[in-house]
Design a binder for this molecule. Structure first.
Ligand code: NAD
Length: 323
């Protein structure tokens, strides 16, 4: 049986597939038009962040499983896959630590102005130290949008390491879970008005697309920071750029963009008070191995008739009576 790798993954995943007896083939490009041509005769695919569209799924004639290397499945047309009875899997729990650490790195870099002060010393501006512009995070309020695996880990680490006050907005968790990290479950407006740092860890879906726009950013303190570790379209990039350039908020950080890679005219690229990273929070040396092995194991499980660990489209498969 053949497994198609749409974008490169760590060799540990490839070796696992080969040692289970599968033939591994590589897409010549992640462009859906190209993948649609190369999907014929393929039994399983491993997908990273590239779009896996209905155009591809329509052309699939042997596909049984789409295994997402990572968590967010917004790039996969799950409805089309489910109609054809194709299982969609992901690898939850393998990247929580890496993304939580990246979030905290950004929180610290923003509050201590690491990028600015390093640059200042290099250009002879030692006097930047007299601006008294860096802050402590001890005791500050951290607002977490999306209290799942990553959001709750960020909360736990920031509570334990930095004694931060934790506010949570998540319509699908109960307050008892939030209490475990000594946090408070609040509405979005309270979170935005009271937080010194807001960090986004919700999935991208119809409900969260555009969740943070001008109205929400204007609710935030002018001294506050906002961080997006989830998906670009959850916030309105143009509104964030205006908030940063017009001083509605102090700073921001993001690992994700509405379009990836961002266009060179993206307004966020022109601002100094935002820290940018190229969707790599989960790409630590350790995590790429966990994701490669996890996604490969999912393909092996399905193609050898075992129950995979994490099926994303279980209820849709039931709806279409495909399971
Ligand atoms: P998760 O499913 O464990 O948690 C998501 C949480 O968001 C859940 O608690 C859910 O109830 C909550 N949520 C759903 N709708 C919401 C809404 N409208 N408002 C607020 N909260 C809402 O997922 P996770 O593993 O914690 O990952 C979260 C997201 O982070 C993923 O969906 C993915 O898009 C993103 N992610 C990014 C990277 C990266 O490299 N930057 C890596 C991994 C995950």
């Amino acid at each position: 049986m053949k497994v198609l790798i749409v974008q490169p993954i760590h060799e540990s995943g490839i070796n696992l597939l080969k040692s289970a007896g599968f033939e591994v083939v590589y897409a010549s490009s992640s462009d859906p038009k190209v993948v649609a041509k190369e999907i014929k005769g393929i039994d399983g695919v491993i997908v990273r962040a590239a779009p896996f569209t209905s155009e591809i799924i329509e052309q699939a004639d042997a596909l049984k499983v789409i295994s997402r290397h990572g968590v967010g499945v917004d790039n996969i047309d799950i409805e089309s896959a489910s109609k054809k009875g194709i299982l969609v899997l992901n690898t939850p729990g393998v990247n929580d630590v890496s993304v939580a650490e990246h979030t905290i790195a950004i929180i610290l870099a923003l509050s201590k102005r690491i990028k600015d002060i390093d640059n200042a010393v290099r250009v002879g501006n030692f006097n930047i130290r007299e601006e008294y512009s860096i802050i402590d995070i001890d005791g500050k309020t951290l607002g977490i949008i999306g209290f799942g695996r990553i959001g709750s880990l960020v909360a736990k680490k920031c509570k334990n390491a930095f004694n931060m006050r934790i506010l949570v907005y998540d319509p699908y968790v109960d307050k008892e879970r939030v209490k475990e990290v000594d946090g408070e479950l609040v509405d979005l407006e309270t979170l935005l008005r009271e937080s010194d740092f807001v960090t986004i860890h919700a999935p991208l879906n119809d409900e969260t697309r555009g969740l943070i726009g001008e109205r929400e950013l204007r609710m935030m303190k002018s001294s506050a920071f906002i961080i997006n570790m989830a998906r670009g379209p959850i916030w309105d990039e143009n509104a964030v750029a205006r908030a940063l350039s017009e001083g509605w908020i102090r700073g921001a950080g993001t690992d994700v963009f509405e379009e990836e890679p961002p266009d060179k005219d993206n307004p966020l690229l022109k601002l100094n008070n935002i820290i940018l990273s190229p969707h790599m929070a989960a790409l630590t040396k350790e995590c790429v191995i966990r994701m490669a092995v996890g996604s490969a194991q999912g393909v092996i499980d399905v193609l050898t008739g075992k129950k995979p660990k994490s099926i994303v489209n279980y209820s849709l498969l039931e709806k279409y009576r495909k399971i």
